[in-house]
Design a binder for this molecule. Structure first.
Ligand SMILES: *Cc1c(COP(=O)(O)O)cnc(C)c1O
Length: 407
């Protein structure tokens, strides 16, 4: 009965073109890598040029980070053995939290503390459920990441969703809110569009309405702002009302996440957030690798990598703008985005999928993102760039797109 039901549901997804297939990377995360399809063991892996990872600074396979992981495993072993509140919290985790807090300290003039989590998904569940009690209203942007949406659903708080980046609508909701605690919740950089939240206006609103501002900076941290401090530093924001969630598997190139906020908020999360309590602490070696990554990312090499990424972003946007001008009938458009996430809007689901398929046949890996991940009628190619891409890599993408769009 269950199997029949699920088989039928799966068949339906396949017929609607919604079936997802995992491709198998046969090498480390990098722009150039061999890729195979599951079950195709007899086919040779196809060499691909990928524009889909979140390894924005090219640190995932950086020799110093890899070495810190190996050395960390020799020093601390493979697993942590328990959750943080039992015996799994080691010196390596402690050092990482302190290093993160020291790096980001300028954002909280009155002091703040960092707390590690297994993944960004868990950190967002933790934040939403531990802070979102029955005395609280969560105000969340409609385009927020799935982990924030899921967290808000699990929370006991009232949840109000506001249209994407509509500060005026949010302000009206805040004005009529009667709960004693109010949390504005937003992505710093939106993951499917690459655009920025109006963080300065959101923080001003938080201050005016006695609310707090939760920023999920998964795609801004390491990439934007002085010393890679992220979206908040990018617009020069600081203040006690900020609650930051940062992930360590994107620009950091490793795995994990953390929350940084006022020490009382962090202590509350440590004491009560179930997604942080009822789970085994990450392997200590990951914390050592992340600390090595942080050292690179916040220093001159990080600056050089951020500059390289910005050069690739400019090259891609100028190239795409020229391309779209040359093919006015192709239906594509290029929304504003100053980040590593560059969506090429196509609109029609089948056209977007066909374009991604033509690129794949030419050895380019660019995902087509379709509803329900993005709103109906806004299917797109989601191009993500990395400091590890060369000028020639981006030129190849532009050339291939030119011939694919012309068809
Ligand atoms: C990737 C992502 C997360 C989840 O982080 P993981 O560490 O991958 O679980 C949360 N929020 C946003 C905006 C993300 O892009």
């Amino acid at each position: 009965m269950l199997i029949d039901h699920l088989s039928q549901q799966l068949r339906q997804r396949r017929e609607l073109g919604l079936e997802r297939v995992r491709r198998i990377a046969e090498g480390p995360c990098a722009p150039h890598l061999p890729v195979s399809r599951p079950g195709a063991a007899t086919d040779a892996p196809q060499p691909m040029l990928a524009f889909c990872s979140n390894d924005y600074l090219g640190l995932a396979a950086h020799p110093a980070v890899v070495e810190a992981l190996a050395e960390g495993a020799r020093r601390w072993g493979a697993g942590s053995g328990a959750s943080h509140l039992v015996s799994g919290h080691g010196r390596a985790h402690e050092r990482l939290e302190q290093a993160l807090a020291e790096w980001l300290a300028p954002l909280w003039p009155e002091g703040a503390r960092a707390l590690g989590f297994g993944t960004g998904y868990l950190a967002n569940l933790a934040l939403m459920t531990a802070l979102g009690d029955a005395r609280t209203t969560l105000f969340t942007d409609r385009l927020n990441h799935a982990s924030l949406i899921d967290g808000a659903q699990l929370a006991r708080a009232e949840v109000r969703r506001y249209p994407h980046n509509r500060v005026d609508r949010l302000e009206a909701m805040l004005a009529e809110c009667a709960t004693p605690v109010k949390l504005i919740v937003t992505d710093g950089v939106f993951s499917m569009d690459g655009d920025l939240a109006p963080l300065d206006r959101l923080l001003a609103l938080a201050e005016r309405h006695d609310a707090w501002l939760v920023v999920d900076d998964a795609h801004g941290l390491g990439v934007l702002g002085e010393a890679g401090r992220g979206s908040l530093a990018h617009v020069g924001l600081r203040g006690r009302r900020l609650i930051l969630m940062g992930t360590l598997g994107k620009a950091f190139g490793v795995a994990g996440a953390f929350v940084m906020a006022d020490p009382v908020i962090v202590e509350w999360l440590l004491q009560t957030a179930r997604p942080g309590i009822y789970t085994t602490a990450a392997p200590p070696a990951l914390a050592e690798a992340t600390r090595a990554s942080l050292e690179i990312l916040r220093g001159p090499e990080g600056d050089a990598r951020r500059a390289a990424l910005q050069a690739r972003i400019r090259q891609l946007r100028e190239g795409l703008a020229a391309l779209l001008a040359a093919h006015p009938g192709c239906g594509g458009s290029l929304p504003e985005s100053a980040t590593a996430i560059q969506p090429l809007l196509i609109g029609d689901n089948h056209r977007a999928a066909a374009l991604a398929e033509r690129l794949r046949q030419a050895g380019l890996w660019v995902p087509a993102i379709r509803p329900p991940t993005v709103p109906e009628g806004t299917a797109r190619l989601r191009i993500t760039l990395s400091a590890a891409h060369t000028e020639a890599d981006v030129a190849r993408l532009l050339d291939t797109l030119a011939s694919s769009l012309a068809r």
